[in-house]
Design a protein around this ligand. Sequence first.
Ligand code: HEM
Length: 398
Amino acid sequence: MTTTEFPVDRTCPFSPPDEYAEIREGDPISQVRLPGGRQAWVISRHEDVRAVLNDRRFSSDRTHPDFPLLVLGDSQPRDPDLEKSMISLDAPEHGPVRRAVLGEFTVRRMEALRPRIQEIVDERIDALLAGGGPADLVEALSLPVPSLVICEMLGVPYADHDFFQSKTATMLKRLAAPEERRAAFKAVESYLDELITRKEAAPGDDLLGRQIVKAREEGTYRHAALVSNAFLLLLAGHETTANMISLGTLALLENPEQLATITADSGKTLDAVEELLRYFTIVDTVTARLCVEDAEIGGVTIRAGEGVLALGYSANRDPRAFEDPDRLDIERGARHHVAFGFGPHQCLGQNLARMELQIVFDTLFSRIPGLKLAAPVGELPFKEDASIYGLYRLPVTW
Ligand code: HEM
């Protein structure tokens, strides 16, 4: 049997690569080849994916030389002077760093942000309508909304977003040269380094300012740690939500009966958001791990030193966990998907992402009921970057 090469690209925007089902239904924990020739295990069933992501014997340390990377020369810091952000930390270091910022992302905190997010969405839709159709929804709405929201939350001037958006796009580009990705990483890092130095002198009432004040009071403040976690928040909050806005809009336009359900009852929009997250699972291979102590998963022994890809997209289409998994059903009410990961590293920004998506879909379809695609689905530019699936452009009209 030939070993599958990973990552495998999606060939249809609405379905996982065929290889996922073949692996899941054939040899659900099997070896694949990564770029550069190294082997890693893929874990494809829902139960096993959750088991790996909730097990301390699987490390998140992306700076470890044996960590299974899907992009050669990946942008994760390997320079020992650079701090790891929380996504690369294991217990016991991970918990305190995550808890320090957790309070900024609670449901209650997000509810307090709701009116401002609604305002941002309304302003973008005003501008879209004023410009007239056809228009590119990615540029007009999908990217600016999460970008404006996370910039305001963190206290990063939105005026600088062109700069870091272009740099983060380079960092996420799988085919970019390693030096180009590294230079982009460094540029954003020095930008945040300077921004945080200015905030240290005069911390404002924003997430970064509050983190400085709180950590100083507790005697735990470290500049480098805040820079790397600010970097993570800025990056994690952008492309992910943006791509879900575009793909979610596309899926709803392509499934008018499901769209009609939420336009008739906005109480159903959050369920639709949940189902769209499961259906697309746009960050699928980010949940990679390095086994650091022999472990048995689904009857297979994984040895210390071996890499593991816990495939969220395969787990989210596992018929053992979801009935008729390839069907988009916004009323299925299945909240046990792993689109935000699982276990200690489960997405910190999930409440924010849910709220942004809910507000966008409700507002977009109620303010522009005649919204439609301005190009056939087959001609849309889907992108498959380092670890995020999405759309470069979504031409719409009304
Ligand atoms: C639809 C949008 C989003 C999706 C699909 C998504 C997905 C994920 C996934 C799968 C993980 C787990 C990574 C792992 O286990 O290694 C994760 C972690 C994380 N996400 Fe998100 N995310 C989204 C939006 C956001 C937003 C808006 C923010 C913040 C503003 C955010 C911040 C984070 C952070 C900080 C982590 C690391 C948490 C930790 O290591 O403890 N994400 N996300």
